[in-house]
Design a protein around this ligand. Structure first.
Ligand code: SF4
Length: 139
């Protein structure tokens, strides 16, 4: 039995910017025999659903309309870190490519669908605090 922090959208929660989910069978199957702790950092940071999409631009996170939402992303990341500590998680499984949850590769800030090396704000904070983070593609 492992305790796993999970991007809520991977479990079927309709929390993505478009108001939909991206359920992943491999992640949902982790419910059997493990304890899952779902979190959507963007909602936890106070952003609405649906919402204008955002991408990381350096240390900031910017919506497509130019709004700076770095503070909301950081607040969501702090919430995920809080839950990781409270539940003493073994590792996290987070949604690939997201400006919050992505690990290794994220959208590159041009809103063209192109990606670059980097981590989402939440993945980055968890990794910096010593947590193992995997994407749904890695489990
Ligand atoms: S912030 Fe993470 S959990 Fe929330 S919709 Fe985006 S990828 Fe999914």
């Amino acid at each position: 039995m492992a305790r796993i922090l999970v991007s809520a959208c991977l479990l079927g929660v309709e929390c993505r910017y478009k108001g939909d989910a991206c359920p992943c069978r491999k992640v949902i199957d982790l419910i059997d025999g493990n304890e899952l702790i779902p979190v959507c950092p963007e909602q936890a940071g106070g952003l609405p659903t649906p919402r204008t999409p955002s991408e990381r631009v350096g240390d900031k996170v910017i919506m497509r309309d130019g709004t700076d939402v770095t503070i909301e992303y950081k607040k969501g990341a702090e919430t995920a870190l809080y839950l990781a500590g409270k539940f003493n998680i073994d590792y996290a499984v987070l949604k690939a490519n997201s400006p919050s949850c992505g690990k290794g590769m994220i959208y590159d800030g041009t809103f063209t669908g192109s990606k670059c090396e980097g981590n989402g704000v939440t993945a980055e904070l968890l990794i910096r605090n010593g947590y193992k983070v995997y994407t749904e593609d890695e489990i």
